[in-house]
Ligand binder design. Sequence first.
Ligand SMILES: C[S@@+](CC[C@H](N)C(=O)[O-])C[C@H]1O[C@@H](n2cnc3c(N)ncnc32)[C@H](O)[C@@H]1O
Length: 215
Amino acid sequence: MTDPDRLAFYDSPEGAEEYLDEYRKLHRKLSDRRERRILQRYFARMDGVRSVLDLPCGWGRYLPTLRSAGAWVLEADASTSMLKTTRRLHDPKPDVVRCFGHEVPLADDAVDLVFSMRLNHHLVDPEVRRGHVRELFRVARRFAVFTYFDAASLKNRLRVLRTRLGLTRKTPKNTLRRAEVRALARDAGWRVVADPMLFVVGSGHRLVLAEPADA
Ligand SMILES: C[S@@+](CC[C@H](N)C(=O)[O-])C[C@H]1O[C@@H](n2cnc3c(N)ncnc32)[C@H](O)[C@@H]1O
């Protein structure tokens, strides 16, 4: 589960507004641009996607993009304030559901695409991080796109080292191993098609595109 203080902040009206403000900052604009460049390649492979689960949606940063090919998009988040914000900002107002990333109230194969940007690294318990990835593969029928923080990334290795040496009070990142994510995909009958790092230096996020193994 997400750190309770962090979750409470996201759930507050101030937290939702602050996350919206974040994307006026230069470093966020750069990572947003890089994400979109990778995503463009992923979306180019996807024809006929009619339904999308965007979890967590935040304020709906990706809603216009996900809707642009005509798909119905369900916006989902653990934060009521984020759901209110996405309904306030977007026209037509999206359908929304409040839920956790590892407990999605949808049937198996419910949507063509499950899209889960920047959630996994918030999940403190490793079993919940793995449960989140399993849940994406359960609910998606054709594609899963998601991020996770790579345990082997330079950023994480430096963080672990600095923590061990007592040079920082920050806790190590909430990570998964690349091989672990591939094994989760394999166990669910899926395969990882691509999983580049967002940035080799300065970020440890990988952006995954996965498909059913028999696609
Ligand atoms: C970093 S934001 C990402 C939002 C959006 N995907 C984006 O990239 O702009 C993290 C979001 O995850 C939501 N969140 C945090 N913990 C969650 C959980 N366990 N399940 C579902 N949503 C969660 C927060 O409310 C917040 O909207």
